[in-house]
Design a protein around this ligand. Structure first.
Ligand code: SAM
Length: 283
């Protein structure tokens, strides 16, 4: 029997992975959650049919969403992570002894329960004593926070359904308020290759730019995401990640990574012309 998981990247483009079996399928209050055992990419988590995480390439996304801001400011102690139910971002953050407090806001407890059972590779640090999990909407959670965090990570689903609010102007404005005077906001910022993703990426970037003096995007190659070319937003009240990189400090920590390094840190902000043009177009 031939079993395949297929995701439509556009109405004319699909990504298909051969799967051995489906391990679990849950319909939560918010979304449908599935885990499959794939042949090439190991276990894969999908939400409403969209691929979130594969065991084979998740390290790229999680290392890039965490180590880029962490290497920019060694004094990050209080972190808010929004979304991230698979736990991969928390796993990378928990590797820093310097981090004292991690608040995680995930709207859907069922994602965490499924990942704890079926994806130990990413969920392994969710029980770290510095982590407090709030099962709430991230949009509401940040509304009343002022000067509480040194870093906010938005590890959300795409800008539709439950994730929609995490791409709004209201949300980014509240993140600005919730951050300390040298705070950093990093968000998953979609991709520019296909028009549908490109529009949401441009919108998110210009909204963030209206609040933060520094608003950049950086890139990574993520094989299972649409087009394989993915962007993250880096916004900051004070730091420029290209010039404020603490490479000696970061390398002295001895954190073993498979994708991120401090040379790549500088390079990932060198974005191709088509992305630069799309961002300028929006200004
Ligand atoms: N790396 C992933 C990607 O971009 O494909 C995202 C991973 S993580 C599984 C995304 C999480 O964000 C999901 O578990 C989802 O439940 C959560 N989420 C979506 N909207 C949210 C909201 N408004 N507040 C808090 N969490 C939210």
């Amino acid at each position: 029997m031939d079993l395949w998981y297929t995701e439509n990247h556009t109405k004319d483009v699909k990504l298909s992975l051969r799967v051995d079996k489906q391990l679990v399928s849950v319909q939560s209050e918010f979304q449908r959650i599935d885990v499959f055992e794939s042949v090439e990419f190991g276990r894969i988590l999908t939400l409403d049919g969209y691929l979130m995480v594969t065991e084979k390439d998740e390290y790229i996304y999680h290392e890039m969403i965490i180590h880029v801001p962490m290497a920019t400011n060694p004094n990050i102690k209080k972190v808010l992570v929004i979304g991230a139910g698979d736990g991969g971002a928390i796993r990378e953050l928990a590797r820093y002894k310097t981090v004292e407090k991690i608040d995680m806001v995930e709207i859907d407890k069922a994602v965490i329960d499924v990942c704890k059972e079926y994806l130990p590779q990413t969920s392994c640090s969710l029980d770290d004593e510095r982590v407090t999990i709030y099962y709430e909407d991230g949009l509401r959670f940040v509304r009343n926070k002022v000067d509480e965090y040194d870093l906010i990570i938005v590890d959300s689903t795409d800008p539709f359904g439950v994730g929609e609010g995490l791409f709004t102007k209201e949300f980014y404005g509240n993140c600005y308020k919730a951050l300390s005077e040298d705070g950093i906001l990093v968000n998953q910022n979609e991709s520019t290759f296909y028009t549908s993703y490109s529009n949401s990426m441009k919108r998110a970037h210009s909204r963030i730019k209206s609040f933060f003096p520094t608003a950049l995007v950086y890139q990574a190659h993520i094989p299972t995401y649409p087009s394989g070319h993915w962007l993250f937003g880096f916004a900051s009240k004070k730091y420029d990640p290209r010039t404020d990189l603490h490479d000696e400090w970061w390398n002295s920590l001895g954190i073993k990574t498979k994708y991120y390094n401090t040379i790549l840190h500088k390079g990932c902000f060198a974005i191709p012309n088509n992305v630069r043009d799309e961002l300028r177009e929006n200004e």
